[in-house]
Ligand binder design. Structure first.
Ligand code: SF4
Ligand code: SF4
Length: 446
């Protein structure tokens, strides 16, 4: 019987980790569909930023109550899962609490896992109430209807169940140890300390050892299978940020937040115009005659860079960006959160085509118009508030700007007011419709 359980455990473990690796490979493949961008500079500064924002959650705590609860859920969930190591060893070798050789330190570990499990449970229940009953504006937006809302709730239910299973597993294990049942009881006395789950013991009073073993085994199996399922669910969920927040912050922009990227091709062109010694007929390096002319800006995910695509997978859909967005606050259609969700949805669509057909085949859709509307793009004031607000270093503004560049430079499709201003800049050197020679008229005395 024991050996069958060990074999089943091995199969579940290999399948769970195998699917996880497959999903991660797909994720990396999809991100690599974007353009390469060099973020290999200032490694020390990047690590420090990652430690501060991703690990230290420095931006999360700007909203103190939800930030504090998030830190508890995050730290608790990560630390409690250290016990998974012991569960895996026990599952593979049929042992019982194999790490208990650590003696007193082991008891401290188990006790702190239990306290954290209770705190995680409380935190998750508060999050669930807040998300579903407190009418918070950023959780009510139209882009959160359907799957995004369900996804957020599923994860909360999932964490609740995992924490309860963990405590039930410990409580029944403790009771079996007290009853001196072989395999559970140890000559060295009680292994582990159970400051929380001991309060569940009255529930199991009067049960036979056989029943207790069934409950303990069921909780143990469901707990580890739940964790393996969770690992694979991540790919389909906004909870990918648990893993991606770290690389995302590491590769985020270090330059002043408001600084915009210039287009290299345009920069080269201007430099050429300004250089009196330049040969106007010389082709720029790498610009062979039959090479396809460079596309300006972005109309689809292939035109975005890899960090922007990583951003889309990392988005937690928290809506802090949208809550700060002046365009959204004044009733415009724009929501920076939706920009990130749309980018991910389109990338996923492209990835699905590659999964089924082996390569991307045009399905007649693109990010522009089919996912993100022009009206949304032109509503942006480029104030950078969304970038500033994002707790995981995402830059929705860069996607908006790249898509606007495409509209202006490839389709000449700027809104009329902007087109007039740009024509004036071209002709008069200023956005106003006055002749250059009249510039100093204001200083003349009447
Ligand atoms: S930069 Fe644009 S999208 Fe971001 S907050 Fe400002 S107006 Fe909104
Ligand atoms: S872009 Fe950042 S702030 Fe906006 S929803 Fe995503 S994670 Fe939250």
């Amino acid at each position: 019987m024991q050996i069958i359980a060990q074999v089943l455990f091995l199969v579940a473990l290999v399948a769970g980790i195998g699917f996880f690796i497959r999903n991660i490979r797909r994720l990396i493949r999809n991100i690599k569909l974007g353009k390469e961008v060099d973020r290999s500079d200032n490694k020390g500064e990047r690590f420090a930023k990652m430690a501060r924002i991703a690990f230290g959650q420095s931006k999360m705590v700007r909203k103190p109550i939800s930030g504090f609860l998030h830190v508890i859920v995050y730290v608790g969930f990560v630390i409690i899962n250290i016990e998974v190591l012991e569960i895996i060893i026990d599952g593979l070798f049929g042992t019982h609490r194999v790490l208990s050789f650590m003696g007193g330190f082991y008891n401290i570990l188990i006790a702190s896992f239990e306290i954290l499990a209770l705190l995680v449970l409380i935190g998750v229940i508060v999050f669930w109430i807040r998300r579903n009953f407190l009418n918070i504006y950023r959780f009510l937006s139209r882009e959160l209807k359907g799957w995004p809302k369900n996804d957020a709730n599923y994860i909360l239910y999932f964490e609740m169940v995992l924490m309860v299973l963990f405590l039930v597993m410990n409580a029944t294990d403790y009771q079996l140890q007290l009853n001196g049942v072989p395999h559970y009881a140890s000559e060295a006395g009680i292994t582990g300390a159970f400051p929380i789950s001991q309060f569940l013991l009255p529930i199991f009073e009067g049960m036979s050892n056989a029943t207790l073993i069934i409950i303990e085994r069921a909780a143990w199996w469901l707990h580890i299978l739940g964790i393996l399922f969770f690992l694979n669910y991540l790919y389909y969920s906004k909870h990918l940020h648990i893993l991606l927040a770290f690389p995302n912050v590491y590769f985020s922009k270090l330059r002043p937040q408001g600084e915009m990227d210039s287009l290299q091709a345009v920069t080269d062109e201007v430099k050429l115009m300004m250089d009196p010694d330049a040969d106007p007929f010389a082709a720029p390096a790498g610009d062979e005659e039959d090479a396809e002319p460079e596309k300006f800006g972005a109309s689809d995910v292939f035109d975005l860079n890899q960090v922007q695509l990583l951003n889309s997978y990392t988005c937690t859909e928290c809506g802090r960006c949208t809550a700060e967005c002046p365009a959204n606050q004044t009733g415009k259609k724009l929501s920076p959160r939706k920009i990130m969700m749309d980018t991910r949805d389109r990338l996923e669509e492209v990835g699905e085509i590659i999964n089924t057909k082996g390569k991307y085949e045009d399905n007649g859709k693109q990010l522009l118009d089919d996912f993100i509307l022009r009206e949304e793009l032109w509503a942006c004031t480029s104030c950078n508030a969304c970038v500033e607000a994002c707790p995981v270093g995402i830059d929705p503004l860069s996607i908006i700007l790249d898509m606007r560049r495409y509209l202006v430079m490839e389709e000449s499709a700027a809104p009329n007011e902007l087109a007039i201003a740009m024509t004036n800049i071209e002709n008069n050197g200023a956005p106003w419709p006055y002749n250059q020679q009249d510039r100093l008229n204001w200083a003349k005395e009447n």
